[in-house]
Design a protein around this ligand. Sequence first.
Ligand code: G3P
Length: 214
Amino acid sequence: MEIFLDTADVNEIKTYVDFIDGVTTNPSILAKNENADKRSLIKEICKTVSGPVSVEVVSEKYEEMLAEGKKISKISSNVCVKLPCTFDGLRVCEKLSYEGISTNLTLCFSPTQALIAAKCGATYVSPFVGRMDDIGHNGMSLIEEIIDIFDGYNYETKVLVASVRHLQHLIQAAKLGAGAITVPPKILKQCFDHPMTESGLKIFAEDWKKLKSH
Ligand code: G3P
């Protein structure tokens, strides 16, 4: 499973760069770097990590979105153009895929949106599990359903689990065989932390001091 970092914080990306396969951003995430020049920030992120960096369009109409998507794709060779799972977004996906530009179809909340994204040649489709949970639905059931559908065909589209709120989302995504997941830094950090590892290390260090060294 590919693991992406869901952030535009370059220091966080540098901290975890050895463990991640790429980065995902969205307009809200990028806006956390107030006053930053958008293009320079995206370029810096693309230089910091070698894998795909998802950068989202903000246009909503086909022609504008297509032009914006192409412009974004030229920022760096590892940019992945993030498009919404709308009628226009999916049309742009089909067009960009045909031109060999990688895409991440975002704001996916249904199996049918994911199916159309796959048929349009999307590189990734991003169902938002946390936001589904937030409104009383089961985000991971959506992942299960999409993977089940994709399993019957030879689509190259990877299911990228997004809007991750806790480690159980990550564990369940891995159990279901999701192709990718994007996690905020605070959740990735938890993958390395366990109180038993900490206390075990402390005991080893204390016991080691009891030995004599020559
Ligand atoms: O980048 C898309 C997604 O991961 C956003 O998550 O926490 O805003 O629902 P969230």
